[in-house]
Design a binder for this molecule. Structure first.
Ligand code: 0X9
Ligand code: ZN
Length: 418
């Protein structure tokens, strides 16, 4: 009996709840207001979570505020005449609406693309889709997580014995960005089902080999399903510190530990004790470097903000890469095609200049170290109505428009490389 009660208590305490938490959209007007927000962020680090960084007056900053701080924060913003609005009134109710009911789980044995899926379901999907398209697709384990979970990947190849140029796409590096794995799975199955049916897709798959990882940060993803929906980082233990996890998108070995990374392990942008400290990142990058293929494309799918970003990410204070014009041409083709589907507004630009500087990011590593000319980081929907909590009825539309975006990019690459 005692044990039972203890267990019950432990489970009740495990899941983080966000009852009454508000997401505030804050729109700084000038550098002074921006500085104020940055100071606020530093002071309240760990107590208030910034969903986006207050780095530019061109983009709003979204802040998650717990009930007991709401009055104070709003008073502060009013006093400084900083414009804000309540983006989400009760974060927990939006979270609740995202989890599937038991009925939905039982609906069908088929994979339902219009729902969010658990870690186990996504990994099973990799095996199943490889089986379904076994003449051109193959499952393989690309990495192992800190907790020993398998990180499965798909290789799509229509022949060529490894001599073709290659494309690499990954989703789910940030755990709470659920739309990312969902979108990567949607575009992957769309490519597979259109091969031999649609001329463009056939030419694309006949020109390039594809390596696709739907869910990279699997420990974080598992944690976001079972314990804290808003978890971002990995789940590794930080020595001498009670706060867990490293930001895997600050952990790449290119300009590691510079701007936009925070040495405090309790922050969301902690880059880790050293580059590639996270097994998920070390394993995937070493796979790519040893794959014996020439990678020409690297895309890391994130959410949210509707941005298509190119190098450099690590700083705005350097010359843009020599391929800047080609990055721009291909990137603009991608967002033009994407926008034409549902009129979803996207912005294209070099990462640090468009958003904020972030060092040790995948996009820079993909370009500078892997040598993939077309290296991008894509921030999927939305613009901040739901932020990381995008409702599942937007999965298919997001998939459909993103598919058109990547197809336009691939067509550009076919022209260049075929
Ligand atoms: O900060 C990140 O890792 C990415 N944004 S997210 O909200 N998905 O966490 C953006 C990385 C892109 N690089 C730069 N903005 N420099
Ligand atoms: Zn992200």
């Amino acid at each position: 009996m005692k044990i039972f009660i203890l267990l019950a208590l432990a489970t009740a305490a495990a899941a983080v709840r966000y009852d009454g938490y508000q997401a505030l959209r804050v729109e700084p007007r000038d550098e002074l207001q921006l500085d104020f927000l940055n100071n606020l962020k530093n002071e309240l680090e760990g107590r208030i979570s910034f969903w986006s960084q207050p780095r530019t007056i061109k983009r709003p900053t979204d802040i998650l505020v717990q009930p007991r701080f709401q009055d104070d924060i709003k008073e502060l913003l009013d006093a400084k005449q900083i414009k804000y609005s309540v983006m989400i009134d009760d974060v927990q109710s939006v979270i609740d609406s995202q989890f599937r009911s038991e009925d939905e789980v039982e609906i069908s044995a088929d994979f339902i693309y219009s729902l969010y899926h658990t870690y186990a379901e996504i990994q099973a999907w990799v095996f199943d889709i490889a089986d379904e398209y076994s003449s051109i697709a193959q499952q393989f384990q690309i990495a192992t997580s800190y907790h020993g979970r398998a990180i499965n990947a798909l290789k799509i190849s229509t022949g060529g014995g490894g001599t073709k140029k290659a494309v690499y796409w990954q989703g789910g590096i940030h755990a709470r960005e659920w739309i990312s794995p969902a979108t990567v799975m949607f575009i992957t199955k769309s490519l597979l089902e259109r091969y031999g049916v649609d001329n463009d897709v056939t030419e694309i798959l006949d020109t390039f080999d594809f390596y696709i990882v739907p869910s990279l940060n699997v420990d974080g993803y598992y944690h976001s399903w079972n314990f804290d929906r808003l978890w971002r980082k990995t789940r590794s233990v930080n020595r001498g510190n009670g706060c867990r996890g490293v930001d895997p998108n600050r952990n790449y070995e290119y300009e590691w530990g510079g701007e936009g990374a925070n040495p405090n392990p309790c922050t969301e942008t902690y880059p880790g004790p050293n580059a590639f400290s996270e097994r998920e990142i070390a394993d995937t990058t070493s796979f790519l470097l040893n794959a014996n293929q020439e990678f020409v494309c690297f895309i890391d799918f994130h959410s949210y903000s509707q941005l298509w970003l190119a190098p450099w990410s690590y700083t705005a204070r350097t010359r843009l890469p020599e391929d800047v014009e080609d990055h721009f041409d291909a990137g603009m083709k991608a967002i033009t095609a994407l926008e034409s589907v549902y009129n979803t507004d996207y912005l294209y630009g070099p990462s640090a200049l468009t958003l904020y500087a972030a060092s040790g990011c995948s996009v820079d590593w993909g370009y500078a170290k892997l040598g993939a000319k077309y290296s991008y980081v894509v921030e999927l929907r939305d613009m901040g109505s739901y932020g990381f909590l995008l409702p599942s009825d937007q999965i298919i539309p997001t998939g459909e428009e993103t598919l058109e975006g990547v197809l336009a990019l691939c067509k550009h690459m076919v022209e260049e490389y075929k």
